[in-house]
Write a protein that binds this ligand. Structure first.
Ligand code: ADP
Ligand code: ADP
Length: 225
């Protein structure tokens, strides 16, 4: 599903050049659950931004389902992104002014799904994430664990093929963290490919494979299953 080869990303300011990705290469097959680990500054966020079609690389190849997307323009990236990719962040990134229902509805509005079908699909996913009883609450009225369940609901409501998760349990206690990891595992078992950046060896053990990065490169891979 994903094949990146010799990916390069360099941040340039007036004085310095920072090589964030240095000829990074790896593949992810459809249905895999991959953890990406490495010290702060090794390029994980840069990688997720490129995989999520939020940013483009300076050099190298990024094949997404066989299509070269490395140099897609912003409009084509956005189109591919909203149909295929769901994001889960460390800090949930819900919109405080919108209710739980409205937050989860948003990706479907962007996709142009009609009102009745939107309602059905949002309710189905809120039910699955066991957060239906909070549908009319605002994010600030929920616990961290509940907010992350809403964020996962928002990430999956458009049935994405790929979920990108950036430290999804980073702001959760271990019990809520395990619950979120369990949800991601279930989504993976139903066929969704997952790439998760984490600092947690515990969370990484939910994955099939750990890609370890250092200085913008892959250093090792551990196969877990
Ligand atoms: P980002 O690139 O998303 O800003 P960072 O790599 O800076 O993420 O780290 C995210 C969080 O993980 C921070 O709160 C940081 O303190 C913590 N963190 C960073 N490195 C480690 C580590 N090696 N082990 C545990 N926690 C870490
Ligand atoms: P990680 O997520 O592993 O902490 P990042 O991808 O955030 O790593 O950063 C990789 C390197 O690129 C770091 O040296 C960081 O300081 C640098 N970097 C990240 N974003 C920018 C930016 N917008 N401008 C300049 N340098 C950046």
């Amino acid at each position: 599903m994903i094949k990146i080869s010799d990916l390069e990303k360099i941040y340039r300011t007036e004085e310095v050049e920072t090589v964030a990705l240095n000829k990074l290469s790896f593949n992810v097959k459809e249905g895999e659950f991959v953890a990406v680990m490495g010290p702060s500054g090794c390029g994980k966020s840069t990688l997720l931004n490129i995989l999520g079609l939020l940013d483009d690389p300076d050099d190298g190849s990024f094949l997404f389902n066989g299509i070269e997307v490395a140099h897609f323009n912003e409009r084509k990236r956005a189109d591919l992104r909203k149909r295929n990719i769901g994001f889960v962040f460390q800090s949930f990134n819900l919109i405080d002014e919108l209710t739980v229902f409205e937050n989860v509805e948003l990706p479907l509005i962007y996709l142009g799904v009609k009102g009745d079908e939107r309602k059905q699909r949002v309710e189905k996913v809120l039910d699955k994430m066991q957060i239906m009883h909070r549908r009319n609450h605002y994010p600030q009225q929920l616990s961290g664990g509940q907010q992350q369940r809403v964020a996962v609901a928002r990430a999956v409501v458009n049935n994405p093929k790929l979920i990108l998760a950036d430290e999804p349990t980073g702001n959760l206690d271990s019990s809520n963290g395990n619950e979120v990891m369990q949800l991601l595992t279930e989504l993976n078992e139903q066929g969704t490919t997952i790439i998760m950046v984490t600092h947690s060896e515990h969370d990484a053990r939910y994955s099939h494979r750990i890609i370890r990065m250092l200085d913008g490169q892959t250093v090792t891979e551990n196969i877990l299953v």
